[in-house]
Design a protein around this ligand. Structure first.
Ligand SMILES: *[C@@H]1O[C@H](CO)[C@@H](O)[C@H](O)[C@H]1NC(C)=O
Ligand SMILES: *[C@@H]1O[C@H](CO)[C@@H](O)[C@H](O)[C@H]1NC(C)=O
Ligand SMILES: *[C@@H]1O[C@H](CO)[C@@H](O)[C@H](O)[C@H]1NC(C)=O
Ligand SMILES: *[C@@H]1O[C@H](CO)[C@@H](O)[C@H](O)[C@H]1NC(C)=O
Length: 307
């Protein structure tokens, strides 16, 4: 009797351990399944692009890693979701919070509408690349993006986002790609770390963005700064011209003729210093023939604009 009971227990363990199914799935896997299911629940898929692949039948550890658009870590957790251009419609899927090891998400070229969730940092805490371009997103860019500190690339171009870009986004020190072109955004742009890669190209066709690589913002004290700079330039040129107007103009003109570029502030300063106190006839003649009187004034103004 005792022996039989023991054999039964052993048989029981053996059967359960061989039985495929959700009983043996790890909690991370269950979490990912809940995430992927929530995507199919919350987004319409009229072209049947993902539903035919995402079957959720006979799920084993890592079986969803072969689904269309899904890439996994070695641990069989979802790492990347590439659902670009799949004709998906609906609001941003909040169930993504359960894909808790998600690194990259590409939902570009779909019909995602509504606004980006305020708690995007809670939904995608370790996201590195997020592409939501070419959708129908409206509302404002959430401030909480500033807490997605792993972000290297954020594309929100070609949507209907309005309002300002939170200046706190400048805290994203890893951000190299940022694109919000073709939206309805206005106000100052953040002062990003990577000024070399995030250029005015990232901001084209909005309602009124300013600052950074764009024109300066009118209500930002930058008009004063701008007019100060212009005033300084004019003062500087008048000052230099006063010291030795003929030489200065000739040097500008000659260097303009030679290099087809305007002299820099440094060269002008140098010329000023070198020729200070000299008489006009003591100066070495310039290599080029010089300009006619009537050409000097336009070139002078060109120089004024270029320094
Ligand atoms: C995340 O998954 C848990 C169960 O694993 C579920 O209760 C919860 O509703 C899911 N969250 C979302 C936002 O779908
Ligand atoms: C989305 O953006 C990422 C990087 O910003 C890029 O690598 C990817 O190709 C984009 N997706 C599409 C469909 O263009
Ligand atoms: C400018 O952006 C809007 C969306 O805000 C878009 O509808 C329009 O086609 C864009 N214009 C150009 C020239 O790209
Ligand atoms: C941003 O996206 C637009 C198209 O939406 C593209 O023309 C522009 O080159 C992109 N800018 C950068 C910096 O990638």
């Amino acid at each position: 009797m005792l022996l039989n009971a023991r054999a039964l227990v052993l048989l029981h363990i053996l059967v359960w351990s061989l039985l495929p199914g959700t009983f043996s799935l790890r909690s991370g896997t269950l979490s990912d399944i809940s995430c992927l299911k929530s995507i199919t629940d919350s987004l319409e898929d009229p072209l049947n692009n993902i539903k035919s692949s995402w079957t959720f039948n006979k799920l084993k550890e890592g079986s969803f890693c072969r689904y269309v658009g899904v890439t996994c870590w070695n641990s069989f957790r979802v790492r990347d979701l590439d659902l670009a251009n799949k004709g998906l419609r609906g609001e941003f899927p909040r169930g993504l919070v359960n894909c808790s090891e998600l690194l990259t998400l590409d939902l570009s070229g779909n019909v995602i509408s509504g606004s980006i969730p305020q708690g995007i940092n809670y939904i995608l805490p370790s996201i590195k690349m997020l592409n939501l371009s070419n959708n129908h997103l409206s509302g404002e860019i959430p401030l909480s993006f500033a807490s997605c500190s792993s972000l290297e690339s954020l594309r929100l171009d070609n949507n209907r986002l309005k309002g300002g870009i939170p200046k706190q986004l400048s805290q994203l020190s890893l951000l190299r790609i940022f694109n919000v072109s073709n939206n309805l955004l206005s106000g100052p742009v953040p002062d990003f770390f990577s000024r070399d890669t995030i250029s005015s190209e990232s901001y084209v066709n909005n309602s009124g963005l300013c600052g950074g690589p764009l024109d300066c913002c009118k209500n930002d004290g930058c008009t004063f700064e701008g007019s100060f700079k212009i005033g300084f330039k004019i003062g500087f040129i008048i000052f230099c011209s006063f010291i030795n107007p003929y030489i200065l103009l000739c040097n500008w003109v000659s260097s303009y003729m030679k290099n087809e570029t305007m002299p820099t502030k440094t060269t002008v300063l140098e010329e000023c210093r070198k020729n200070k106190g000299k008489q006009v006839d003591q100066i070495t003649p310039l290599p080029n023939k010089g300009l006619h009187q009537e050409e000097i004034i336009p070139v002078f103004f060109l120089a004024l604009l270029n320094i």
